[in-house]
Design a binder for this molecule. Structure first.
Ligand code: AMP
Length: 286
């Protein structure tokens, strides 16, 4: 049975007991409305730890004023059943008051410089401050040995890795592979906002990422590839925020393709914002 905690003291008591027993604890933070991508993270966490605790918290501070906080899908009963099926040991479902005792506008904030300030930050300048802040709070509440985050949110994972290293959290960060639908669309709680027609169009994101990889490996210029990707998405009806090729650290590559690269896309279809990425290595130039 998955143990459900709504109270910080009770959750900490359980963690303290596990630690006394010498057990290794893994944390899997989520916003709920769980799907196969989330469940695969629990399974991965289980491979690295004795006990797995998932969290469900729709973090109000990381939604912009025109974003979908109020209507973000909340399905706690189904989530708990699903977590039970993947043998999750516990789920921590804090209230907003527990996470932000002084209120959401009076929180101690964490800003991770550099990696928080590009790509997603262009349209959502404080988004990663809110993510880093809530993740740091979860780290301090749970004090896990490891924490699993999806590579699906590539920049978020980079922000959390940098914060963990710089603040010396004694926590090993593990990146989980992206789980996709059969046609390539990355699974996401937001996919259910798509109409049937938009759902068909949405596969263009993954296909564009594959085209970007192919073009780059074939030696096309980065500028042309990014322009073509943006145009392909725009023609299909997307409002493109970015379609870019970056180094794994999210810097602009200064040389042609001779190392690992990542293609990243953020684009809005109707009222649904979708992000995805594809990591790849380039053949060494002789
Ligand atoms: P969310 O509930 O959407 O905030 O996501 C919680 C965690 O699940 C984050 O670390 C995400 O990167 C991860 N995640 C979301 N979708 C997927 C997916 N399709 N495959 C793997 N991990 C995912």
């Amino acid at each position: 049975m998955v143990q459900v905690f709504n109270c910080l003291d009770a959750m900490r008591k359980k963690i303290t007991q596990w630690k006394r027993e010498g057990l290794r604890i893994a944390l899997v933070p989520t916003m709920g409305n769980l799907h196969e991508g989330h469940y695969s993270m629990v399974t991965l966490a289980r491979q690295h730890a004795d006990k797995v605790i998932a969290t469900i918290f729709v973090n109000p501070t990381q939604f912009g004023p025109n974003e979908d906080f109020d209507c973000y899908p909340r399905t706690p009963e189904g989530d708990i059943l699903g977590l039970e099926q993947v043998s999750c040991d516990a789920v921590w479902i804090p209230t907003v008051e527990t996470m932000y005792p002084l209120g959401i506008h009076k929180t101690t904030q964490i800003h991770v410089p550099g990696v928080s300030e590009v790509l997603e930050a262009v349209n959502r300048p404080t988004h990663f401050d809110s993510v880093a802040t809530v993740v740091a709070r979860l780290f301090l509440q749970v004090q896990p040995d490891i924490a699993v985050f999806g590579r699906k949110d590539y920049q978020q994972l980079a922000v959390i890795r940098q914060m963990t290293t710089e603040l010396n959290f004694p926590i090993q960060i593990i990146g989980a592979d992206t789980i996709r639908e059969e046609d390539g669309l990355a699974k996401s709680s937001r996919n259910q906002y798509l109409s049937a027609e938009q759902r068909l169009m949405s596969t263009i994101i993954y296909r564009t990422l594959l085209d970007m990889r192919e073009g780059y490996i074939a030696g096309r210029s980065r500028a042309n590839i990014e322009a073509d990707a943006t145009a392909a998405l725009a023609v299909a009806g997307f409002q493109v925020e970015y379609a870019v090729l970056r180094t794994p650290e999210l810097a602009e590559p200064t040389s042609e393709c001779d190392e690992n690269r990542v293609a990243l896309i953020a684009a809005v279809l109707g009222r649904t914002r979708l992000i995805d990425h594809l990591e790849f290595s380039c053949p060494k130039i002789q």
